[in-house]
Design a protein around this ligand. Structure first.
Ligand SMILES: Nc1ncnc2c1ncn2[C@@H]1O[C@H](COP(=O)(O)OP(=O)(O)OP(=O)(O)O)[C@@H](O)[C@H]1O
Ligand SMILES: [Mg+2]
Length: 309
């Protein structure tokens, strides 16, 4: 069982347009909504791989109810919901000209109260019982969430599961210091945690210093650098025809979770994680690719352990 925690879920609505005309009525050629938020994207990938997932998230208001319904109907996932007073947000992405130009519109992030944060951490403790891996993914809401990642890491670990943190923003630093088993960061998140100008290698050294055994820093189409049990690795994905790379990081986190759950060796884990990221980039929908697609790309990822040939 893999638990996917989404501290700040949303409805992700995508509209396709030939061209956006500002200040005018724009008629979309197609529209669709999916249950958004990074943990939900991770859960979607893991479901495609046949994994049993538990998806835990705070939800509020009619938009929150829609997230839960989309998970059930489109993804076959029954969510574990912590009710919030504030309404869950919607994110609208406008895709123009066959995916060449993407414009994302985010509603303001809702506030979470201290009591709601406590109930959320308690729900994660419950869901983590008997689980193999707990993934904590994406931003946290505004409000009393300064130490939320740290609390969720502790909650995830309480039943003995391995915890992966893929967070961002101001709360990330304290979350990493709570010492998850694995961390996945991109360049922006390296800056959030360790200051702008920190190189990927310096960030790996910081993460090793905290005592995090598995760290992956993703670099988009350039692949990723990683640290596992003191050794450093470079992963280079094969070239793919990119349709929409948004959420490739979530796909990568899902691959890492799967690899940890299966006890895979570091090189194979990185191949699978980068293969999932590349598979996501080849499709318009976030994290809706098949296990076969990801595995075919994983076989073409080059992984090099530093200090070896
Ligand atoms: N264009 C691409 N071609 C091949 N692989 C890609 C491409 N973009 C991303 N990937 C793979 O996916 C991984 C994660 O992508 P990226 O670094 O963009 O994550 P991210 O910034 O966390 O993304 P997001 O937050 O949108 O999920 C990369 O390390 C790489 O292996
Ligand atoms: Mg990411």
């Amino acid at each position: 069982v893999i638990v996917c925690v989404t501290p700040n879920p949303c409805v992700d609505r995508t509209l396709l347009l030939p061209r956006l005309a500002r200040g005018e009525v724009n008629l979309a050629s197609s529209a669709q909504a999916v249950a958004g938020g990074k943990g939900n994207n991770v859960a979607r990938v893991l479901t495609s791989f046949g994994e049993e997932v538990r998806a835990v998230m705070p939800l509020g208001g009619p938009t929150g109810a829609l997230v839960a319904e989309l998970l059930r109907v489109r993804d076959g996932i029954e969510p574990t919901v912590v009710p919030t007073e504030r309404e869950t947000r919607e994110v609208v992405t406008l895709v123009e000209g066959e995916g060449k130009t993407l414009t994302a519109l985010f509603e303001p992030t809702p506030q979470m109260s201290g009591a709601e944060a406590g109930a959320f951490a308690a729900a994660v403790t419950d869901a983590a019982r008997g689980a193999d891996v707990v993934c904590i993914c994406g931003s946290v809401m505004a409000g009393e969430t300064e130490d939320l990642y740290a609390r969720l890491v502790a909650a995830g670990r309480s039943g003995g599961a391995k915890v992966i943190l893929d967070g961002k923003g101001r709360a990330l630093s304290s979350g990493l210091r709570a010492r998850p088993d694995a961390a996945k960061l991109n360049a922006d998140e390296v800056a959030d945690a360790f200051g702008s100008g920190t190189s990927a290698d310096d960030a790996l050294a910081e993460l090793e210093g905290i005592g995090i055994g598995w760290s992956v820093i993703s670099l988009g189409e350039s692949g990723a650098v990683a640290s596992h049990d003191g050794a450093r690795y470079d992963a280079l994905p094969p070239p793919v025809s990119v349709v929409n790379p948004v959420a490739s990081g979530d796909a990568m986190t899902a691959g890492l979770a799967l690899a940890i759950r299966r006890g895979m060796a570091a090189e194979d884990a990185l191949r699978l994680a980068a293969g999932c990221g590349a598979a996501n980039a080849e499709r318009m929908d976030a994290c809706r690719f098949s296990a076969a697609e990801a595995e075919a790309l994983a076989a073409r990822v080059t992984v090099r352990k530093r200090g070896e040939g």
